[in-house]
Ligand binder design. Structure first.
Ligand code: NAD
Length: 294
C-alpha cells in the first residue's frame, strides 16, 4: 500500500472508514473541522495528527473526502488547492451532487489533480467492519488506482460510469431506501389501527415479499425500540433525496413518487428539527396518523 492518504471528514462514517485504512497498514493524516474528532482519530485510531486541511493534503498522494455535502467538498479542497501535490488523486466519498463534482474536476484537472467519486452505502455498522458497498464514477485508470484503498473500506466496489455516476447511483439508492422505510412505517400504522401487532408484522414482512432493508435492519432496531439512533441524520437523507430529484429534473424524467417521498422526508426534517436521526421519520408518520406505534 504505497500511497500516503489524507482523510478529510471524520464523522459517523469517515472515522470508522479512515480507521479501516490505518488497520490495513496505510499512513493516514486525518482532519476534521471539529478538533475533538481529529484528536480522537490520532489518539485512538492510530492516525497522524494534523491541524489543518493544508497540512493533511500537503504530503499526500491520495486525498479522501467524506463530508456532509458537495459544496463543503468544493470549498474545502478549493481552500487547500495550493497545498495539493501534483499527480494526487482526490477520492470524493461524500454522497454528493454530480454536477458540483464535475465542476470541481474542471478546477482540479488543469493543475494535475485527478478526481473520482466513490460514495458508499451500508451505514455506520458496515463502515466499522469495512463491509461497505462502494459505487465509483470516473476514469477507469483512476478508479483502479483507488481500488486497493477502497477494498479496505468496502466489500463490493462497483464502477458505474463517468465522473458523478457514483453519486447519481448513491442518491437513487437512497431514494429506494427512503421509500421502503416510509411505506414500511405506514403499513405498521395501518396494521396497528386494524389490530395487528407491529412487532409481529415486522416478523412476517421479513419472511415474506414485503421484506426490505428497513424491515430487516431498521423498523425493529430503531423505530419499535424508540432509540432512533441509526447514525444517519434526517437532514442528510433529505439532501440525498433532493439530489435524486434534481437528477430526475435535469433529465426531464417523470418522477411523481420520488417528489412525494422527498416532500415527506423534508417535512419531517422541518418538523423534527436539526440533529434528528433519519429513523425518527417514523415519528412524523405517527403524527400524521394521529397515533404512535409503541
Ligand atoms: P457526519 O455529520 O457524522 O460527519 C461529517 C463530518 O464532517 C463531521 O465530523 C464534521 O465535523 C466534518 N466536517 C464538516 N465540515 C468540514 C470541513 N470543512 N472540513 C473538515 N471536516 C468537516 O456525517 P456522516 O453521517 O459521517 O456522513 C458523511 C457523508 O457520508 C455524507 O455525505 C452522508 O450523506 C454520507 N453517508 C452517510 C451514511 C450514514 O449512515 N451516516 C451512510 C452512507 C453515506
Amino acid at each position: 500500500m504505497p500511497e500516503r492518504v489524507a482523510f478529510i471528514g471524520l464523522g459517523n462514517m469517515g472515522y470508522p472508514m479512515a480507521k479501516q485504512l490505518v488497520d490495513g497498514g496505510v499512513e493516514v493524516a486525518g482532519y476534521d473541522v471539529d478538533p475533538n474528532r481529529s484528536g480522537a482519530f490520532a489518539r485512538h485510531a492510530g492516525g497522524k495528527k494534523v491541524e489543518s486541511v493544508e497540512q493533511a493534503v500537503r504530503q499526500s498522494d491520495i486525498v479522501i473526502t467524506m463530508l456532509p455535502g458537495s459544496k463543503l467538498v468544493e470549498e474545502t479542497i478549493g481552500s487547500a488547492k495550493n497545498a495539493l501535490t501534483r499527480g494526487a488523486l482526490l477520492i470524493d466519498m461524500t454522497s454528493g451532487i454530480p454536477m458540483v463534482t464535475r465542476r470541481l474536476a474542471d478546477f482540479l484537472n488543469p493543475v494535475g489533480i485527478s478526481i473520482i467519486d466513490a460514495p458508499v452505502s451500508g451505514g455506520v455498522a458496515r463502515a466499522q467492519t469495512g463491509d461497505l458497498s462502494i459505487m465509483t464514477g470516473g476514469d477507469p485508470a483512476d478508479c483502479g488506482r483507488a481500488d486497493p484503498l477502497l477494498r479496505l473500506m468496502g466489500s463490493t466496489i462497483t464502477h458505474v460510469g463517468a465522473l458523478g455516476a457514483g453519486q447519481a447511483m448513491k442518491a437513487l439508492n437512497n431514494l429506494v431506501s427512503a421509500g421502503g422505510f416510509l411505506i414500511g412505517v405506514e403499513a405498521l400504522l395501518i396494521g396497528k389501527r386494524f389490530g395487528l401487532e407491529p412487532s409481529k408484522m415486522v416478523d412476517v414482512f421479513n419472511t415474506s415479499t414485503g421484506m426490505n432493508n428497513s424491515t430487516q435492519k431498521k423498523l425493529r432496531q430503531f423505530v419499535l425500540s424508540r432509540t432512533f439512533n441509526a447514525g444517519f441524520s434526517l437532514e442528510l437523507m433529505v439532501k440525498d433525496l433532493s439530489i435524486a430529484l434534481e437528477i430526475a429534473r435535469d433529465g426531464d424524467a417523470t418522477a411523481p413518487f420520488s417528489a412525494l417521498c422527498r416532500e415527506m422526508w423534508s417535512g419531517a426534517s422541518k418538523s423534527l428539527g436539526p440533529g434528528a436521526d433519519h429513523t425518527a421519520m417514523a415519528v412524523f408518520s405517527e403524527q400524521l396518523a394521529g397515533m404512535a406505534l409503541a
